[in-house]
Design a protein around this ligand. Structure first.
Ligand SMILES: [Zn+2]
Length: 157
């Protein structure tokens, strides 16, 4: 794994979904290792190995992104991990970067109203005009578009 000084290794965490998701769990709540594994399983519907979780938590702690508090639960010493302010900042940057990446992809899936050119998230109004399917953000735009087409054809060339 490359460890250059790209904004505190942000892209390194984004490229590894497991790590990325562990961070989002910690961002929501302080959690102990076992709980992270459980939350991962419920939310991602995939098993995550403790041999991946614990070294990662340790790595985060060494870098100052995470700190832990230890509590005795019965015979066991249980560590609860939480993000430090630096860790939260890392996550904020991470989510921002992630949103950028996703929205670039998402925008290409947006459709455009034939009339007003507004980007629409899903087809609201569709009409077949001159054998072509046209997409509109609303019925008003469809009406206006048809009116315009009519006016255009009326004009002598
Ligand atoms: Zn429109």
């Amino acid at each position: 794994m490359t460890k250059d000084k790209d904004v505190e290794g942000i892209d390194e965490h984004i490229s590894d979904f497991n790590r990325f998701y562990i961070l989002t769990i910690l961002y929501q709540n302080p959690a102990h290792g076992y709980s992270i594994i459980n939350q991962f399983k419920t939310q991602v519907k995939k098993e995550i190995s403790p041999s991946l979780v614990y070294p990662f938590l340790q790595e985060l702690e060494e870098k100052g992104y995470v700190k832990h508090t230890a509590k005795m639960v019965g015979e066991k010493r249980r560590k609860t991990f939480e993000l430090t302010p630096t860790g939260r900042e890392l996550c904020n940057n991470l989510f921002k970067r992630f949103t950028e990446l996703v929205s670039t992809a998402f925008e290409t899936s947006l459709q455009t109203c034939t009339h007003c050119k507004t980007q629409i998230y899903k087809t609201v109004h569709q009409e077949t005009i001159n054998n072509t399917e046209k997409i509109f953000c609303c019925t008003h735009c469809a009406q206006a578009y048809k009116q315009k087409q009519k006016n255009n054809t009326k004009q002598p060339t």
